[in-house]
Design a protein around this ligand. Structure first.
Ligand code: ATP
Length: 507
């Protein structure tokens, strides 16, 4: 309604009310009704506004809607980048696509663990194609009220088109993070009508995209749980291009570290290759945080440049959390030293060179920690390697038993880890049960097979530690003094105190 019309309507309404009141009509019920209607209207307006600003707030660059991130800012992910660039040809060469009668690509789905760069890739794609970029998260579409989510989907696509038009761009990318929240299998939610309407609207938007559109729209979506998505969304012609975004391997970790240190002053001793080796299992987000934490440490120490020491400390911090100023009782401190010493010793005995660092400094919820470096990023593990891994997990509690005659609660996490490895072995057909099918296994069979593997590994661990009892006790003493030993210092110490190299003893 236009402003002058509104003024006339309000004026007339007030006049009528005044007339009724002066003629003795009871206006209380009418006024109550008007007040309720007012509150509903205002709250609806606010909800619409916040919905709009949240979606709008993700735009970058104060109006210029193309992100500044480019493919060079994304470390590793070679296969994902290549697949993506090929797919983006549709936006870059629309005439060829039209000439050959190719149906336009409508959607790309990124799947993979958190923090691996899915959002980053979508932004780089928008930069590569100079498309307007609009982003939202799946949870922003979920409302108690039927129809609101569907309306937001419509708004998002309309916003992308109008933004591209306003900036004179031929294409727009709509990015929806956590898409599984709004596009899970239909009919599964309690308020499923709302969920289903939202998803239906998304399908309608996708089906409406044609190669003749003035603004070519491409939907990009990300999820860690592709298995939860409604199959209708993934069928050919919709979100049918799936790009797997995995945890980075060693070379990719080095590249990501290089990207996040390029504007930081680095001391000459910084070795990104070595850091990449130490950070097996880290995602891109972990590595970014690692570089940031190292810079914070250098700042605290008033250094001109960040050194390797700061980076190595930051690895522990990112893994375990902030160092805690917790004073342990003397006997607890000794127990932690024996426990961690047990892990470290068995790790070096079964796989020489495997310890990256061992510490009894409490961090996060851990009282101590042994960090291991894998030989390389393993894609396959043999039975022997898995058994050795279990032995290292069980060594902390076995060492406590040997030194004090009883165990403590400190090994709960180790047991959980050992259990998971043994379970994996059973399901991979590597236990005495032979080849199994998970669904056909009873819980009792699984339990028995897993505990069988654990008991065998525990016996082997105890025997190994008993054979090196003196070394274990001296190592615990050394650890209690030094608090932290890095891998090479530990190996030098072991070589010196065991008389000959530990590796030779095992061989
Ligand atoms: P989520 O699934 O949790 O939404 P995501 O996969 O979308 O995570 P991003 O948001 O893209 O992850 O990444 C988070 C941050 O981690 C980025 O802003 C960036 O700093 C860093 N990062 C992640 N992957 C990479 C990479 N491959 N190269 C460089 N930086 C990366």
């Amino acid at each position: 309604m236009s402003e002058p019309l509104k003024a006339v309507a309000v004026g007339t309404g007030l006049g009528v009310l005044l007339f009724l009141a002066t003629n003795g009509v009871n206006l209380a019920p009418l006024l109550l009704l008007l007040a309720v209607a007012g509150v509903v209207a205002v709250s609806g307006g606010i909800r619409q506004m916040t919905g709009r600003t949240r979606i709008g707030a993700t735009l970058r660059g104060g109006g210029a809607s193309v992100p500044t991130v480019c493919f060079d800012d994304v470390g590793g992910q070679r296969a994902a980048k290549q697949e993506l660039m090929e797919a983006l040809d549709f936006l870059l060469h629309p005439d060829d696509i039209r000439r050959l009668g190719i149906r336009p690509l409508k959607g790309i789905l990124f799947t993979g663990p958190p923090g691996t760069g899915k959002t980053l890739l979508a932004k780089a794609a928008a930069n590569y194609t100079q498309s307007a970029f609009v982003a939202a998260s799946g949870s922003e579409f979920i409302e108690m009220y039927a129809g609101v989510g569907a309306q937001r989907v419509r708004q998002l696509f309309a916003q992308a088109r109008s933004l591209a038009r306003r900036e004179g761009r031929g294409s727009a990318i709509v990015f929806i993070d956590e898409i599984e929240v709004m596009a899970g299998r239909r009919g599964q939610h309690t308020s499923h009508l709302e969920y289903d309407q939202t998803l239906n609207q998304l399908l309608v938007e996708l089906d409406g995209i044609t190669s003749d559109d003035e603004v070519r729209v491409l939907l990009m979506a990300a999820t860690n749980r592709a298995d939860l998505l409604d199959p209708a969304l993934l069928r050919p012609g919709r979100l049918d291009r799936i790009v797997q975004v995995d945890l980075p391997d060693r070379e990719a970790r080095r590249q990501i570290l290089a990207i996040h240190t390029r504007h930081k002053p680095l001391a000459p001793d910084v070795d990104l290759d070595a850091l990449a080796r130490e950070t097996f299992g880290f995602s891109g987000a972990h590595l970014e945080s690692l570089c940031n934490e190292a810079a914070i440490l250098a700042h605290r120490r008033r250094l001109e440049a960040i050194g390797q020491r700061e980076f190595l400390e930051a690895v522990d911090k990112v893994l375990l959390g902030e160092r805690i100023d917790r004073t342990l009782r003397q006997q607890d401190r000794r127990r932690v030293a024996v426990h961690e010493g047990g892990h470290a010793l068995v790790s070096e005995l079964v796989r020489p060179g495997s310890v990256a660092s061992v510490t009894i400094v409490p961090r996060g919820s851990a009282l101590g920690f042994v960090r291991q470096t894998p030989d390389d990023d393993p894609l396959l593990q043999t039975v022997t390697e898995l058994r050795q891994e279990i032995m290292v997990c069980l060594a902390g509690s076995a060492a406590e038993h040997l030194a004090f005659g009883e165990r403590s609660t400190g090994a709960a996490n180790d047991f959980e880890k050992a259990w998971q490895i043994a379970r994996r072995m059973v399901l991979a057909g590597l236990s005495k049960l032979g080849v199994v099918q998970e669904e056909a296994l009873t819980p009792a069979q699984l339990y028995e097979a897993v505990t069988g593997i654990l008991q065998e590994a525990e016996q082997a661990t105890k025997a190994l530690l008993e054979a090196h009892r003196g070394l274990l006790e001296r190592l615990a003493g050394r650890l209690a003094d030094a608090e932290t030993l890095d891998g090479s210092t530990l190996r030098e110490w072991l070589a010196e105190h065991s008389g000959r190299r530990v590796a030779e003893q095992v061989g």
